[in-house]
Design a protein. Structure first.
Length: 580
């Protein structure tokens, strides 16, 4: 820092030296003045050269000590040069010359306070060497006028030392705080990186556990559905109620897994949005119609108010539907024999157009303390409410994060015993940084031959034995002939041998995973036209499946009715002869 002040102090010193020589020219020996001036110029040239060498060297903290010693030496020389004027140029006969000399020395001492006080080893010697010779010489004369000239310099010396010490202490504290702040910043950065690693690890863990949990859930839900739908076949007529409870519990657990995974993706910033122009009024009516059965369970009336004249809104219909469904299902759940009003209005604010979607109910309402924490993850009100109504405490937290990710927000106004109003406010045009385009879906490749040329077999490739057996049994009920493969390599061999009409493909398998199998199928000229239905646990896998050429992608646990309809559409209704 002191080296950086070198150009300023050098320039000031040369100007002061020139001024002193000029005012003393008529009272002091020219030879003395010129010799002193020449020495001052040589010194300043040496100082500038040292400054340039320092800039070129840019020494580290470990190598800066020699440069500090050099700077102390240079300031000591400067103090001797200026201090020598109090002896060489001391002319008591010329009061005006003495006054000028006193002023110059005072100015030099003052200049050192802002430029050198931050480096005490150089500052104190310089100030003392500059002022003390003139002070001592003036006091030694015993003359009143000379003593009067010395007093301002004594005051200047005391003030310089005092202020220099304070400034030095402030600079030391400032530097110390700077390094403390740098240390805190480094600690915070390490904590941020650690949090990001933990967040990624959590997301990866949830993604892996999602697949591991969905696999047994697929069997639980699938077999429970089968035994409730066909009780005579399995002899489960007397177990209808417990089986339905198992089915409800399995679906509830699946919903919790889905919500945890969704929350992890949002926290990790990996939630994607596919924005398109949407008729929000029509979408709102469709969702309200879908949830009518929920309203009927508690004898609620649902009213929709949405103008037909609203222009299409640029949004993600899937995410918007998710938010509306969550708000409506909550309103239906917490309202008995009441009224639920859904309204959609367009507002102007901050120079932008917004759509405000409000869901108002006449249900149990909430206290102020509950609304303050309502959008926290896993918050479910008081214990009595949770026991009565259940839930995971994630739906509203996810809905608010989706709204904010799309450039809007979700808020609530509620009064205990008088109902609640949830308002989702979304921009008519989404923020650009949220617009992550949906990957383009490839059209399924037309088979090189007619469906009759194929075997009519559906090949199920899955490493889970229960999943294979269940798929074979459920699809057989829909009239399909089924072949199964326990791994990717066997699946490719059977595909070449059987030339199936369609393939269902699990993704997470040991050895050759589903993506490798799909790539191999699409690269084989004899197999590339076989439609492949990817059975995926994650939304990102659905997108990747379409990008790699899958004809369809379905989520796990599999809805076998939907899978059967999908296969019928892909195979042109090509089923076993026994099905007619």
């Amino acid at each position: 820092m002191v080296y950086m002040h070198s150009p300023t102090t050098t320039g000031g010193s040369l100007v002061a030296a020139a001024f002193l020589i000029a005012v003393l020219w008529d009272t002091v020996s020219h030879a003395s003045l010129l010799a002193w001036g020449a020495t001052m110029v040589v010194y300043q040239v040496f100082r500038i050269a040292s400054y340039r060498r320092y800039l070129a060297a840019r020494p580290s903290a470990a190598h800066s000590r020699p440069w500090g010693r050099l700077y102390i030496l240079m300031t000591t020389i400067a103090g001797c040069l200026w201090g020598s004027t109090g002896i060489l140029f001391y002319v008591p006969e010329s009061t005006i010359s003495q006054v000028y000399l006193c002023l110059v020395l005072f100015g030099v001492a003052s200049l050192t306070i802002p430029t050198l006080s931050l480096f005490a080893p150089a500052f104190y010697p310089l100030v003392v060497l500059v002022l003390m010779p003139f002070i001592l010489r003036s006091l030694a004369t015993g003359q009143r006028e000379q003593i009067a000239l010395a007093i301002p310099l004594v005051i200047a010396l005391v003030m310089s030392v005092t202020f220099g010490r304070k400034i030095n202490r402030l600079i030391d504290e400032s530097i110390s705080r700077r390094f403390e702040n740098l240390s805190l910043v480094e600690i915070a950065e390490r904590a941020r990186r650690e949090a990001e690693r933990s967040n990624r690890a959590k997301s990866e863990f949830l993604a892996a556990m999602s697949h591991e949990l969905r696999t047994p859930l697929n069997a639980i839900i699938g077999y429970s559905e089968l035994m409730t739908q066909q009780p005579a076949r399995f002899g489960t007529q007397g177990a209808q109620d417990p089986l339905e409870r198992v089915l409800r519990a399995g679906r509830h657990l699946l919903n919790l897994i889905n919500e945890l995974l969704e929350l992890a993706k949002i926290e990790a910033g990996k939630t994607s949005f596919a924005f398109e122009d949407v008729d929000v009024a029509a979408l709102l009516r469709d969702v309200a119609s879908t949830t009518q059965s929920l309203a009927d369970q508690n004898q609620n009336q649902v009213f929709v108010s949405a103008p037909d004249t609203l222009a299409p809104m640029r949004t993600d219909p899937k995410r918007l539907t998710q938010v509306i469904l969550n708000l409506l299902s909550n309103a239906c759940k917490f309202t008995d024999n009441g009224r639920i009003d859904i309204s959609l209005v367009q507002v102007q604010s901050d120079g932008r157009t917004w759509l405000e979607l409000a869901v108002k109910d006449t249900g149990i309402g909430m206290s102020h303390e509950q609304t303050e924490r309502l959008f926290e993850e896993f918050f479910q009100g008081d214990a009595a409410t949770h026991r009565k109504y259940g839930g995971t405490g994630l739906g509203l937290a996810i809905s608010r994060r989706i709204c904010r990710a799309m450039g809007g927000d979700l808020n609530v106004v509620s009064e205990l015993g008088k109902g609640s109003t949830f308002t989702a406010r979304l921009p008519e045009q989404p923020p650009q940084d949220a617009a992550i385009p949906e990957p383009a879906r490839r059209e399924s490749v037309t088979a090189t031959g007619s469906p009759a040329q194929r075997t009519g077999v559906v090949l199920v490739i899955d490493d889970d034995r229960e999943a294979r057996e269940q798929a074979a049994e459920r699809l057989a009920d829909h009239g399909f002939d089924i072949a199964t493969a326990p791994d990717g390599m066997t699946g490719l061999q059977l595909a070449r041998k059987l030339n199936p009409s369609a393939i269902t493909l699990d993704i997470v398998m040991p050895g050759l995973n589903g993506w490798s199998v799909l790539a191999a199928l699409k690269e084989d000229p004899e197999l590339f036209a076989i439609p492949v239905v990817v059975l995926a646990a994650l939304g990102s896998e659905v997108k990747k499946g379409f990008a790699l050429g899958a004809a369809a992608c379905l989520s796990k646990p599999v809805d076998y009715g939907l899978l059967a309809d999908t296969l019928k559409g892909l195979t042109g209704g090509n089923r076993s002869p026994s099905d007619g």
